[in-house]
Design a binder for this molecule. Structure first.
Ligand SMILES: [Fe+2]
Length: 436
């Protein structure tokens, strides 16, 4: 009998070891397998930008740029030969549009329409396109994208920024899956805009996400230097955008991410603050924020440990994905419990449906809108009954944000091209018309 138990144990150990080795090989392969990749942009700052691409053969990368598409009169060459290319263009003018092209001997580069803009200190108007859980390539993803193109009349000059709320490449965020789900379907956008993305649980299954992107950990794009690729912020004109990694091992209230966030928001002087991460504090979609066992408890962690920070610094808007639907709150504070503890009288700052007012300078407990948009390529079945998220639609779509120095308008643009939900936050001392 003893012999049998010993043999059985040995068998289990061998199988577990083989599985572990196989899994390690699979993760490493999916993370670092080499793929060809057309040029894309990272590290947008007021004075520089980095262009990355990957060619089938090692070669010296060459980049030309200039103010006009017909006069790319500056040329930068890499110092050494490689198949993974990265060129940073320094000494650019802030808030300025440039055109660029890449030359390769081993790959056809699609240079048609390539341009970028540097970050701005101030502008009168910005439009952002926000997509969540967009990494399922298919007809739904394409149609959601096409409705945004219709909205801007196929005129990319009508768009200023592009935000991705995580789960950017299903099923596991491998290098190949990122090509298929992001770089190929959105190729015209990738040519012109930095894909500012947070990581989702599917992206976090491989290490490709942090191989593809370089992030401004030294405060290059604005905000307090984080010294950490998992969280950083971006200042663009009137916007302060904070990017957090809710897949981060520690989401404690005294974690490095939380401590940095307090410092960053304390130093922020921009009129609008948006915080972006993947797992929503409030959702009754495909994922349930009431379920402590769902998603490793990350939704509850973000609610209990980070909502008090958003309240303290008067964050205007929190954007999340993860649940594949659309859900949106009213202007609210301090709701740290589960959905059955929600009380509109206690937690709502303003009980309006679509118009909210806030002071121009961020102050404590002035309220935050929470918005989940995880339906940019797929849908779940869901009950959508979270009392804090009364505006909820089980439809595919994306979000358009339109921002002036004193107003922020958010529109849920569905796969059918309808604006299903819209609200405005005003900081211009005007009042909202009575809605009820
Ligand atoms: Fe997710």
């Amino acid at each position: 009998m003893k012999k049998f138990i010993k043999r059985a144990l040995l068998f289990v150990v061998v199988i577990a070891s083989l599985y572990g080795v196989g899994r390690l090989i699979d993760v490493t392969y999916g993370s670092y397998i080499f793929v060809e990749r057309q040029p894309y942009m990272v590290m947008q700052t007021p004075n520089s930008i980095t262009i990355k691409w990957q060619t089938p053969k090692a070669e010296i990368g060459a980049l030309a740029y200039g103010f006009s598409q017909n006069n790319l009169n500056h040329v930068l060459l890499e110092e050494s030969s490689s198949d993974k290319h990265s060129i940073t263009i320094p000494k650019l003018q802030e808030c300025t549009k440039y055109f660029y092209s890449i030359t390769s001997l081993s790959m056809n580069i699609d240079n048609e329409g390539r341009s970028f803009s540097t970050l701005c200190k101030s502008t009168d108007f910005q439009r952002l396109w926000v997509i969540g859980d967009s990494g399922d390539r298919g007809a739904g993803q394409t149609q959601v994208y096409n409705k945004m193109l219709d909205y801007i009349h196929n005129d990319f000059s009508q768009l200023n920024m592009w935000l991705l709320l995580g789960d950017n490449a299903y099923g596991s965020g491998t290098q190949k899956q990122f090509n298929k789900a992001l770089f190929e379907p959105y190729k015209e956008l990738v040519k012109r805009f930095v894909p500012w993305a947070v990581t989702g649980n599917h992206d976090a299954r491989r290490w490709a996400f942090y191989d593809i992107w370089d992030f401004p950990t030294k405060g290059e794009s604005g905000g307090v230097p984080s010294g950490n690729k998992y969280f950083y912020s971006i200042d663009n004109a009137n916007l302060h955008i904070v990017m957090l990694d809710s897949e981060n091992p520690s989401l404690d209230k005294d974690s490095d991410m939380a401590n940095w966030l307090r410092k960053d928001l304390q130093a922020n002087t921009k009129p609008w603050t948006i915080v972006v991460f993947h797992t929503p504090p409030y959702t009754d979609g495909g994922h349930k924020s009431d379920d402590d066992f769902n998603s490793g408890g990350r939704m509850g962690n973000m609610r209990e440990n980070f909502v008090p920070i958003f309240d303290k610094f008067g964050v205007d808007l929190v954007l999340n994905g993860h649940s594949h639907g659309y859900e949106r709150s009213k202007l609210m504070i301090n709701h740290l419990g589960k959905s059955d503890t929600f009380n509109a009288k206690k937690y709502l700052v303003q009980d309006n449906d679509s118009c909210y007012t806030k002071p121009l300078k961020a102050i404590q407990n002035s309220g935050t809108i929470y918005l989940v948009c995880g339906s940019s390529s797929k849908l779940d079945s869901a009950t959508l009954k979270h009392p804090a998220m009364p505006f909820a639609y089980q439809k595919m779509g994306s979000v358009i944000l339109e921002v002036t120095p004193t107003t922020l308008t958010s529109k849920f643009l569905t796969i059918n091209g309808e604006i299903e939900d819209e609200f405005i936050i005003k900081k211009d001392n005007s009042t909202c018309q009575k809605e009820k």
